[in-house]
Design a protein around this ligand. Structure first.
Ligand code: PBG
Length: 358
């Protein structure tokens, strides 16, 4: 016998199942005014109430460029990602355009012979990045190009800034070099300058220099809250700085334990003229994304970094995860946290998947 409760009482214990009714063979329906599952019961209903969706318009696709002709070399710790010679980077930029991915990001694997203590190759207006920018802008002008400003792909010691004999990374001296690096890239045709070095005052210095050189249309996406993270390991393999890195980057990148400090970093970069701001890494730092988006309402991006990509790919290749679902779920979480866009090595796969579903 099902026990009948009065309405208020039943409401209070709404989570308890009704007792089985032996005679009817089925329990009496719970008297629930709200059943959350109604909105989940079919695909059309789930689509109708969905709050966040990943779109191709959200994607920035990072590419690694290297010397050579018609050449590609795999990166062991990033299955499915390759370093590309400039002509191959152009092919991938064409693919981005076809897939309507709005923007690509270029990272160089600099010949070790060209690396030195001051990262002087960063200022060569014919370096790999500049050659790639010009080649891509010539063939595929409709795709946006973002370039890192930081010295690590160019220094013999693997740091983002100038290293003093006593091990200190010098701030103001580094900013002076980064300004020149930014100008070299902007003059080659880069659309978005993305300082990833975490020196103090670099966004303002770069903005002033761009404006002085009549490059007022070049945007700045500040790596505003960038943490000293273990998740950059595979990227450092890709640009060839993992073996050379002396020490770690904890005197300039942020302590993973801090949140309020991220808000101060972002506030400063906005004051200094950043058009867009970025949090990095992504998935382990979505609380930072949510706070930053809430506090500033700026165009907010996060970088699903190499280690995040590597984890999903490694588990997928072991048969431990459904890779495509893990990819989409992780990126949806970035959107839910408040991202306007995401830098991700999955970009072409996501765009292909979204297109196939149309
Ligand atoms: C360079 C830079 C790094 C990344 C982007 N720009 C590495 C680092 O700071 O050591 C990491 C990107 C990734 O892991 O995918 N400053």
């Amino acid at each position: 016998m099902a026990i009948k409760f009065g309405r208020p009482l039943q409401h209070k214990i709404g989570f308890m199942a009704g007792e089985p009714d032996a005679s009817a063979g089925a329990p009496a329906p719970l008297d629930l005014p709200t059943r959350m599952r109604r909105n989940r019961r079919s695909e059309w209903a789930r689509r109708l109430v969905r709050e966040n969706v990943v779109s191709t318009d959200d994607l920035i696709w990072p590419l690694f460029v290297m010397d050579g002709d018609n050449a590609r070399s795999p990166i062991a710790s990033m299955p499915g990602v390759e370093r590309l010679s400039v002509d191959q980077a152009v092919r991938e930029a064409e693919r981005a355009a076809k897939l309507t991915i709005p923007c690509i990001a270029l990272f160089p694997y600099t010949d070790p012979a060209l690396r030195d203590a001051t990262g002087s190759e960063a200022l060569n207006d014919n370096n790999l990045v500049c050659r790639a920018i010009r080649a891509i802008k010539k063939e595929v002008p409709e795709v946006g190009i973002l370039c890192d400003v930081a010295l690590d792909p160019f220094t013999s010691h693997g740091h983002d800034g100038l290293l003093r004999d006593d091990g200190v990374i010098m701030n103001d001296e580094t900013v002076a070099v980064l300004v020149k690096q930014a100008l070299v890239q902007a003059q080659a045709g880069c659309d978005i300058i993305a300082p990833s070095d975490m020196m103090d005052g670099r966004v303002g210095a770069i903005r002033r220099a761009l404006d002085t050189e009549d490059l007022t249309d070049v945007s700045i996406m500040a790596y505003a809250a960038k943490y000293a993270s273990a998740f950059y390991g595979p990227f450092r393999d890709a640009v060839g700085s993992s073996k050379t890195l002396h020490g770690d980057k904890r005197t300039y990148q942020m302590d993973p334990a801090n949140t309020d400090e991220a808000l101060r970093e972002v506030a400063l970069d906005i004051e200094e003229g950043a058009d867009m701001i970025m949090v990095k890494p992504g998935l382990p730092y979505l609380d930072i994304v949510a706070r930053v988006k809430d506090a500033f309402g700026m165009p907010t991006f996060a970088y699903q970094v190499s280690g995040e990509y590597a984890m999903i790919m490694a588990a997928t290749n072991n048969g431990w995860l459904d890779g495509e679902r893990a990819m989409m779920e992780s990126l949806t979480s970035f959107k839910r946290a408040g991202c306007d866009g995401i830098l991700t090595y999955f970009a072409p796969r996501v765009a292909e998947k979204l297109r196939s579903e149309k």
